[in-house]
Design a protein around this ligand. Structure first.
Ligand SMILES: [Zn+2]
Length: 293
């Protein structure tokens, strides 16, 4: 989790003011004769409190990457340079695909070693409500077991295509996950500007809607965070699929895929989150955003 610079600054100022006040009080007690016995007052109540300003709404942004596609590995240094962690939802049956389209286990281990959250996205990326309950369970549990066998601690799950039904929700819960991400009901224009913290239903959490056409733009992502912050904060999960690099020969194909992001745009967004996002904005992987706090 990473607080933005403005929030850190504000917190430092409060700490400094508190320290100065304690020094002042300590100085006074030397010159003042012992006070007569009075009714007990708790130490906390005896220290005058600096009235706080209105707290900024807390907006938690989770950067989530679906499907384990190979180009997503491009964001690893961008995240680590900013001290940020993301969530990567892996389809265990597709890892290290012979066509080179997905990350290798080594790359996924590299992401995990930076503190990124490795979550599950089923074994074969089948749409769960189309399957019998027993097969839903094996898709979810087999995938999670494989991730566990690789040494990960998967607590976050994302439904393929975002769709679920009661039995698939139950499977996600029974297989050992703490959360299940559904689809994009969170919107820049409301009425739902953010998922609640804690979520209304942890096994059906709402993410930011992916634009129906075109790539994710810097302006769109900034607008989503600003809109959440302006409406009381909450949890904004941004869903990334392909990450496109202009120097790649397949760049245009990549940019024509569903909800892609250009690597430079992602980098600019992360810079903005670190330095210029609304006060109270933090970036956290799903595993941390949903941990008890
Ligand atoms: Zn997917």
């Amino acid at each position: 989790m990473r607080a933005n610079a403005r929030r850190r600054g504000a917190r430092s100022a409060v700490v400094a003011a508190g320290a100065a006040l304690l020094v002042l009080l300590a100085g006074c007690s030397v010159a003042t004769p012992p006070a007569p016995p009075v009714s007990p007052v708790s130490p906390a109540a005896a220290v005058p409190r600096v009235p706080p300003g209105p707290p900024a709404p807390r907006t938690v942004v989770s950067l989530t990457f679906d499907d384990g596609s190979r180009p997503q590995y491009l964001v690893r240094p961008i995240l680590s340079d900013h001290g940020m962690q993301a969530t990567f939802y892996i389809i265990s049956g597709f890892v290290d695909h012979p066509d080179g389209s997905t990350m290798t286990w080594d790359q996924i281990h590299g992401l995990a070693s930076d503190g990124n959250d490795i979550g599950g996205h089923t074994r074969d990326h089948l749409v769960l409500p189309t399957l019998p309950a027993a097969q839903q369970r094996s898709e979810v549990c087999d995938d999670r077991n494989r991730l566990v066998a690789e040494g990960f601690n998967p607590v976050s799950f994302a439904y393929p295509t975002g769709v679920f039904d009661p039995s698939s929700e139950q499977a996600v819960k029974d297989c050992g996950y703490r959360t299940g991400r559904s689809a994009g009901d969170v919107s820049v224009t409301g009425p739902e500007y953010a998922e609640r913290i804690p979520p209304v239903d942890p096994y059906a959490t709402d993410a930011l809607a992916t634009p129906t056409t075109g790539p994710l733009t810097l302006e769109y992502m900034q607008a989503a965070v600003r809109a959440a912050a302006a409406h009381g904060g909450g949890w904004v999960q941004i869903v990334f699929h392909l990450v496109c690099q202009p120097s790649d020969p397949d760049y245009q194909t990549c940019m024509n895929s569903e909800g892609p992001v250009e690597v430079g745009v992602f980098s600019s967004f992360v810079d903005w989150l670190a330095n210029d996002a609304p006060a109270g904005t933090v970036v956290a992987p799903v595993s941390a955003a949903t941990a008890a706090d």
